[in-house]
Design a protein around this ligand. Structure first.
Ligand code: NCD
Length: 296
């Protein structure tokens, strides 16, 4: 059994294999997964990731069974995640799970009979998003090495930026983290970057931070992770990327966002060639097709 639970667990070889396979799956329809069943367990809201996995499985000729909210499951009757894993893993050939608790995907995997893919565990990780982000960077820029990648927004609770940063330690990149003090990157990630010798800097100054970016990875302030909604309100609109800021500070930047976007990228940017966030979605299906065939 082969699980995909975090970005650090992937070797560079494994990453490159997924990116290569994904390239061959763009626009592909086949029967590679005929007779296989994917269980899509989403205990936390999702539109893109759930439908992306579902589309990926169907484009490969497989079947999908799914749970789309916690309320309709035995968890509300008091069933533990361990028991749920023991049961559901008998119905499927592979499980994709999203859950509000950090570490939940690992716990599920410990009790599962089939491979488990982490599709977001609270403020923990989201490795399949990171892989599709990396794939997008490679497609948009034609390379990954040598790039200055700037991440902005909620870097504390945002699992996408975290997972992408871990993945990028396999490449020769410069990272810039732009976040208000309350939402800075987790210390354990910074420690990991130090250990890997990755060049990075931190700032809370948006204009200065985005200067000269090759890739600008914007993220949403994660409202649902704040204990006090007032703290969220204070930070909700802390950074807003405008067309003028792009033109003046980072005209060559590929602008990315895992979506959903709230206010952090003005809609006027959508028509710029720099805006790659909707192309990320298409790339995501191909990357997830590659992941399914690798991990099942
Ligand atoms: C993100 C997530 O769920 O972490 N969305 C996604 O999977 N594309 C980003 C977010 O919710 O802000």
């Amino acid at each position: 059994m082969n699980n995909l639970l975090s970005s650090e667990s992937l070797s560079k070889e494994a990453i490159e294999k997924i990116l290569q396979k994904a390239d061959s799956f763009l626009g592909y329809n086949g029967q590679d997964m005929k007779g296989k069943i994917l269980a899509n367990l989403f205990y936390e809201p999702s539109t893109r990731t759930r439908l992306s996995f579902e589309t990926a499985m169907k484009r490969l000729g497989g079947e999908v069974i799914s749970v789309t909210d916690m309320e309709s499951t035995s968890i509300t009757k008091g069933e533990t995640l361990d028991d749920t894993a023991k049961v559901i893993s008998q119905f499927a050939d592979i499980v994709v799970i999203r859950h509000p608790e950090s570490g939940s995907a690992t716990r599920f995997a410990d009790n599962s009979q089939v491979s488990v893919i982490n599709a977001g565990d609270g403020a923990g990780q989201h490795p399949t998003q990171a892989l599709l982000d990396l794939f997008t960077i490679q497609k948009e820029k034609g390379k990954i090495d040598g790039l200055k990648v700037v991440m902005t927004g909620d870097l504390k609770y945002g699992r996408c930026a975290n997972s992408l940063a871990y993945l990028l330690t396999n490449y020769d990149v410069e990272l810039v983290f732009v976040a208000p003090d309350q939402l800075k990157m987790k210390p354990e990630l910074l420690k990991y970057l130090d250990e890997k010798g990755v060049k990075y800097s931190e700032t809370d100054d948006f204009k200065e931070g985005i200067e000269g970016a090759d890739v600008l990875y914007c993220t949403r302030i994660q409202k649902e992770r704040f204990a006090d909604s007032k703290d969220y309100e204070e930070l909700a609109d802390v950074y807003i990327l405008t067309k003028q800021l792009v033109e003046n500070n980072c005209p060559d930047a590929t602008i990315m966002h895992p979506l959903p976007r709230v206010h952090e990228i003005s809609h006027e940017i959508d028509d710029m060639p720099n805006a790659a966030y909707f192309r990320q979605v298409e790339n995501g299906v191909a990357v997830r097709m590659a992941i399914l065939t690798e991990y099942i």
